[in-house]
Write a protein that binds this ligand. Sequence first.
Ligand code: PLP
Length: 384
Amino acid sequence: MSKPIYLDNNATTSVDERVLEAMMPFFSQEFGNASSRTHAYGWVADEAVAQAREQVAALIGGEPDRVIFTSGATEAINLALKGLARAHARKGRHIVVTQTEHMAVLDVCRSLERDGFEITYLPVNQAGILDVRLLQETIRSDTILVGVIWANNETGVIQPIDEIAEVARSKRCVLFSDSTQAVGRIPVSANQADLLTVSAHKFYGPKGVGALYLGGGRPVIRLTPQIDGGGQESGRRGGTLNTPGIVGLGKAAEIAVQELESEGRRMAQLRDRLETTIIERLEGTRVNGSRSSRLSGTTNLRFPGLSSAKLIPELHELAVSAGSACSSGSGRPSHVLKALGLTDEEAGASIRIGLGRFTTKAEIDRAIDLIIDKVEAQWTLSPS
Ligand code: PLP
């Protein structure tokens, strides 16, 4: 049986062969511990980690010594939110985030609530965009942190980060942005937010490795470490460094610097071809969220009267999803789509399609045919 066409690149991407090649020596020949100072095994690993730190910093125009390697974005989010909350609790205990954050952020917020922090979950408009004036009005004297997802994992909607940063700065709040879907896909600049997340597997690197970037001015933002032990990462994150993973992250970042723009243009063309053809042929189809401020490879389509739970098994030749990979198994309507004002039925009639570096035009044409065919068949079975 041939494998389905992979259109779930917001969940994860395949490792680029060039990334894999860069990583391979660090599993066997160059297996040293980057913290070993007494022999060449350690020195080689340490040098490789230093190079990766530079590559990650270069991707976002930042400084290498502000990159903290982690096991991925979820850990980076935990470090950013819990680490900041705990280090700044004496200043205030109020945090503001949007309702469309990834569960990795929302779950940390729930944990902080249990620890006595107060969280305000701001609504977004129908396009999925945060009203900056509302943010301004919500920040209080005891607000220590504003958290806004840069690009949404379900809709691809991109927030007006610069305007949000202006408000946060004018109110002397730290701006954390879950930039997991943005870094490596669209230009992200380190000085646009104070804390940024990076995850290698979202841009053709390996799973289980990422980073937190400590932006902002000087002194560097204070965070309470969430993993103690060993003093790695300047005492901010203990544990032996995952050298092969970090090398892979660095290589993926280097490739993204070179290819991000042309790749973005190519994916937008393919995505628009898919979207416009489907909308033309399947009357009533809607795109969830902003169509203009959006990641170039993402579309979230809604087919009136349909159930994605029934449609997706019919589309078994395509690897697509009903929402984020983390929540699509839950059976609950997407909190992101609900925040855009969709009813449970509308949210349940939506599918997410995520194109990637290796998506071809032939695959998109096949996906268009299949989606039209299967949606029409379902409409015929259950006319609204
Ligand atoms: N934040 C967003 C927006 C994501 O899309 C993801 C991945 O699904 C995460 C956080 C978690 O990333 P990781 O898989 O690296 O822990």
